[in-house]
Design a protein around this ligand. Structure first.
Ligand code: CA
Length: 223
């Protein structure tokens, strides 16, 4: 499981990273909001631990931002223990809330709990071979691993998943995922396909149909 730790205080972050790695997590550490945004995209974490007191951005704002582009579970970690902050933290889309100082065991238990809840939520969703596209929560899983996608990447995947194996023409995809009046570079589509393939980690899931478009390559897995 990949965990993104967003924490600017190294006296907290360093032992936490070591501890979490001992627990079997692969930990990406971001020290500010800008790093966190980059890491969310590059590292595709399964869960985010987010400190609200960051040097470059308001933690609540960042939480809202991350939630807007990703379904990844977020646990807010903060020194602010005020009740009002707790409510706001959860209203911003955080999945759970831990107040400093917290016990390491408690934190690990919370992390495992949100990961379990995330996995359980996908149960009623039809599975396309190794791929699960949960439209309700806008989350995608490959081999039970949560894949962190941007809104466009998710829309693109969800469109292809509407009719697995069917070929979607480039113009139709641009019309439906972008805009019927999309006159921007069609290279945008290729860039998103490349990014989606990379994040899914199984490039064969999205097949290129030369000169036409793309299709979801799981039809064989369904029959
Ligand atoms: Ca801090």
């Amino acid at each position: 499981m990949r965990l993104l730790l967003v924490e600017d205080d190294l006296t907290i972050a360093s032992p936490l990273v070591r501890g979490l790695e001992r627990e079997g997590f692969s930990v990406e550490h971001a020290e500010c909001g800008a790093d966190a945004r980059r890491a969310l995209d590059a590292a595709a974490p399964d869960v985010v631990l987010l400190d609200l007191g960051l040097p470059d951005v308001d933690g609540f704002e960042l939480c809202r931002e991350l939630r807007a582009v990703s379904g990844v579970p977020i646990i807010v970690v903060t020194a602010r223990g005020e009740e009002v902050d707790r409510v706001v933290g959860l209203e911003l889309g955080a999945d759970d809330y831990v107040v400093k100082p917290f016990g390491f065991r408690e934190l690990v238990a919370r992390v495992r709990a949100v990961l379990r809840r995330g996995a359980a939520r996908t149960d009623p969703t039809p599975t396309l071979g190794p791929l699960v596209v949960d439209r309700r929560t806008r989350r995608a899983f490959v081999d039970d691993r949560l894949v962190t996608l941007t809104p466009k990447e998710f829309d693109l995947l969800a469109l292809l998943a509407d009719d697995p194996g069917a070929v979607y023409g480039r113009q139709r995809i641009l019309d439906e995922v972008w805009d019927p009046h999309w006159y921007g570079p069609t290279k945008t589509l290729d860039v998103h396909i490349a990014s989606l393939r990379r994040k899914l980690g199984r490039p064969e899931l999205i097949e290129t149909v030369r000169g036409v478009g793309y299709r979801l390559g799981v039809a064989e897995a369904l029959v």
